[in-house]
Every structure is written in C-alpha cells, then in structure tokens.
Design a protein around this ligand. Sequence first.
Ligand code: MN
Length: 504
Amino acid sequence: MLTNIFDPLEVWFVVGSQQLYGPDALAQVAQNAATIVDALNESTQLSVKVHYKPIVTTPEKVHNICLAANGEANCVGLICWMHTFSPAKMWITGLKALRKPLLQLHTQFNREIPWSSIDMDFMNLNQTAHGGREFGYLGSRMRLQRKIVVGHWQDADVLTQIGTWMRAAAAWHDAQGARFARFGDNMREVAVTEGDKVSAQLQFGISVSAYGLGDLVGYVEGVTNQAITDLLAIYEEQYTLAPTLQVDGAERAALVEAARIELGIQSFLSDGSFKGFTTNFENLHGLVQLPGIGVQRLMARGYGFGAEGDWKTAALLRAMKVMGAGLEGGSSFMEDYTYHFSSQGNKVLGAHMLEICPSIAAETPNVEVHPLSIGGKADPVRLVFDAQPGPALNATIIDLGGRFRLIVNTVEVVAPEAPLPNLPVARALWQPHPSFNVAVTAWILAGGAHHTGFSLSLNPQYLDDFAEIANIEYVLIDQDTSLRHLKKELHWNDLYYHLAHGLI
Ligand code: MN
C-alpha cells in the first residue's frame, strides 16, 4: 500500500526577492532557481517532486502562495530560498497563514567567488548570505517550526538533508486525517499505551476509534474459501512452512484459520480506509486465535500496528513506514523483551508475543504454530525469523499528560550468539548506544515505553524532522548522550513546553 506513495506529492520551491533589483536581475534569479529545481528533481535522494513557483517579491505574492500551498492537497511542504535579499516583514502575513511544513534552503547559486571578475552586479545577485539571515530572523521571531539546510545545492549532504525532510513532510501529510482502528481497548491496567486521543488528533492529525471484536469477527466470517486458498498459496511461495502446516499436515487447519483472520482484518481496514490498527490479547471474543502472521504481513504492507491497544505506537510506526518507503531495510513494531548481560557487551533481545514485521528479516521467515502462554485461545500461527544485523533505532511516543515526547535510541543490531531453536517468535538482538547501561537509564528517565517503532531503514534525522514538523518534544539517545546532560535536558524541556504551550 506504500508503493508509489510519493508519486502524487509535491514540494513547492519558493524564491524570495524584492522589486529593487530590476527585471534583469529577477529574470536571472528565476533562471537560477529553475536550474536548481531541475537538479533537485534529477537527484535520486529526493522522493517527492519539486515544483518551481514564480518568484515572490511583495507581501501579497507571499501571502497568496502560502494560501495556495495550504489549499493544494498534494503539497506536503515549502522550500524557501532567498537568492537575493527579501525584506522579511513582507513574509509575516504569509508565514502566519502557512499550515504546511517549511524548509529554509540556505544556499547560493554560485559555488565559488569568481575572484578575478567579481563586481557589484555579482554581489547584488548572490545575497543568500544576508538574505537568508533576514528570513531566518523572522522564523525565530515567529517561533516557526522549520528545517534549515545550509550548503551548496549540489552537495550530497544538502540533497540528503532535503530528501530526509521531504520524507518526514510526506509522513506528516499522510497523518493528516489518518484513521486508526483499535480492536478492543487498552490492555487492562497498562499505563504507557494509554493517552489523550483528542490531544493526539490536535497534535498529529490522526484519529483513533475503538471497535468491538464483533465488528471484526463479521469480516473474518465473511472471508471466502477461494480467498483463503489464494492466500495459502502466497504463504507457501514466500515463506518456509513448518511440516505440520503444509498441505495434509496435522495443524493445517490452524494456518487456514490464520489466513481467514488476516483476510478479515485486511477487509475491515480497507473498507474503513484505516492506516493502522491495534489488537489486544485480552479482547479476542469470536476470534479463534490471536492474530499473528496476519498482523505481521499487514505491517509489511505498510499498516501501522501496536499490540495491547497501543495506538500511539501504531501511528508512529505508520509514519516510520511512510518515511522509509522504498528504502533498504524495514520497520516493525517491537518490544524490549529480555536482556543478555555479558562480558562481551550487554544486549537487548527485542521481540513480541507474535507481531514483528518481516520487513526486518535477515532471511526467509519460517511459518510456525505454537501455543501462546497467555490469552487462552487456539495456538496462533506466526512468522519466525532473526532481524538483519546493522545500524537501527528504536522510537517511542509517550503522553506526558500535557504534551507528547518522541524518544529515539540508536542501536546496533547483531546476530544472535547462538541459535535459538526453542524461541518461537521473530526477534532482534541489539546493543544500544552509547552503552547498554547509559542508554537504558536514559530511556527510563525519559519515560520511554516498552513498545517501540524499530527501524533498519531510518536514521534519527527522519524522526527529528518529523518531531519538528509535529511541534513535539524530541529526545535523542545516541553515541553523544551523557546522563548528566540528559537529566538537565529533560528538566529544561519540562519548563520550556510548560511555558511555550501556556494554557494550551
Ligand atoms: Mn507488548
């Protein structure tokens, strides 16, 4: 469902200037801007098309283009560049109205100073150095959420930064009006999976609605035998089935039931245009088994998911899947499950009862059926695999009561030290940065959940940009984290957000 998700989207390239320079200079500005837009569109780093817009030279033109961006459903954000000086008071009305993510590109058309020929015409034309600062001042004065990218427009790092922000802006766009289904409610007595859904809708644009299991069971019962047969063929083609699940195997019926549940959930989500969902093993009335392989495969198709009613993680994972669409690696629902304390380095074994996305698998998953020690239902079918080793991250959004906090921890996924023949679930083994002890202490101090969005495809900058656009607190735990500084950061953030949000 995420294939071609960026195709209809666009980012507008808006160049600020003023009338002072005369038509020749403005024509040159326009030509240079068009050249940059062409170069951006040729870059493989950028997944969203850039649309060149006429230069804005008056407050009215700025206002109009901001209103037009707000009204264009496919516009996910604006890149603003001051080729020349553009007095920033003329941007106030427009930027006050702008409701789309903003990136200030602080670049200059000419890479180098032409030492032997530089004259005042050159100086008048290439004024980003001060024009961009005037624009930047207004952004700070208005406390605008925005991304600032500095460097020559042909530099790989600049293209990477723009590309990352674009994907965050696309995920933000995807979240606006996004619907999430909560089958059952919250796992009883669990705190961190709860939250203020009205605040979440105001902050992120997502809506979360609960459904009784009977609503889902109706869909599951309506699945046709032909659809099940077709899905079983896909299972057989894509995975390695345990002998008992193969045709004529003793537990084949469990696989048939798992396929029925997957198809039922899929129809429910499709009919309701949902982008993610949650389940709860305490609320399974009418379902034969806890959804396992079905949830795993729906995640792989791009749906956000959270277990035990965890709608915040479902929404976060959906955003992460949009940001990572088409990139190497995948993203999954995850849970810090158990620890390995070792002189070779302490590690975390991440897993869940069943629901880990095969997009992070290192090898072809096995399909297995095993008893579930909790839930009191028939043995659920699940995909079992190890995660691909490499750099990864865990992310969580928590509700602190007055605000949301996004916490990210970079980790290194490593191969298991030995086979795990008796562990019947998909898993990932990692070493968190900067060290196990500091990372886990920092995570707990920050209030990070045991559920996360885990990603092999994203680096922290994507989440940073997303948090900036969403205007929420962002706490990064990485190689540079020290507990002494983190404690202060958390205290200062408490004050900042309390003051900045005021009565809101
Ligand atoms: Mn859980």
